[in-house]
Design a protein around this ligand. Sequence first.
Ligand SMILES: NC(=O)C1=CN([C@@H]2O[C@H](COP(=O)(O)OP(=O)(O)OC[C@H]3O[C@@H](n4cnc5c(N)ncnc54)[C@H](OP(=O)(O)O)[C@@H]3O)[C@@H](O)[C@H]2O)C=CC1
Ligand SMILES: O=C(O)C1=N[C@H](C(=O)O)C[C@H](O)C1
Length: 217
Amino acid sequence: MKYGLIGINGRMGREIQNLFDENNHELVFSYDKNGEFFKENPDILIDFSLPKVFNTTIEYVKKYNTPLIIGTTDLDEKSFNVLKDISKKVPIVQSYNFSIGIQILLKLAKLTNDFLPNSDIEIIETHHRFKKDKPSGTAKMIKNELNKNINISSLRIGNIPGDHKIIFGTLGETIGISHRALSRRAFAEGVLKSALFLKKVSKSKIYTFSEVMEGKI
Ligand SMILES: NC(=O)C1=CN([C@@H]2O[C@H](COP(=O)(O)OP(=O)(O)OC[C@H]3O[C@@H](n4cnc5c(N)ncnc54)[C@H](OP(=O)(O)O)[C@@H]3O)[C@@H](O)[C@H]2O)C=CC1
Ligand SMILES: O=C(O)C1=N[C@H](C(=O)O)C[C@H](O)C1
């Protein structure tokens, strides 16, 4: 496929480009602080940048009339409303975590919550020192899925790509569920899956990465 990448020189941008190259997909458009690269109109746009780039990304989606994959975290409610609106015209995959492991963690967390509905729950997320947002988008997503008032602790240490741990505790026992991304390739693989998924969908809406994994089109 011919793809466009917003945030190309970032940590995720480079990882996505490497994986897409390996799979013979062609980069035809990119955007970052240095400006634009344009070869052809892209079939799909991918954004891993910063919330302040969001409006520009939307302008490009409108200009090229392409599906969008967006992994940028810390988006505000207004941005989600814009995504909702534009998803009436082009399909979108939005997720704060594109790793398959976090999908498994989410399922295990829901199961544990069903078995231990009165337990205390804490989330601990650990990321590299360069990460700008706190708490992580993934931690917020887990809290949202469990729909409970959960405390989140955020650690910023060294070069860790992304660790999330959920601890459930009752008076009699505790259970911990954790996920560690060993490299950003874990996220890039989910982005590639999402791009292939978007090529097949006929309905225009915002898809979650869970829906991509379930393959519901
Ligand atoms: N959903 C998921 O699975 C994951 C999401 N993320 C999220 O993805 C985002 C990017 O993460 P990461 O790659 O580590 O971040 P980086 O800081 O490494 O990359 C950010 C990118 O955005 C570009 N950028 C920054 N400011 C501007 C601007 N004003 N105009 C245009 N481009 C700009 C940067 O350009 P330049 O290089 O020129 O500075 C760079 O290419 C974050 O929100 C992060 O939380 C990260 C990992 C997984
Ligand atoms: O900025 C990162 O690096 C990551 N951000 C995402 C988040 O905020 O949850 C996903 C991943 O953990 C890496």
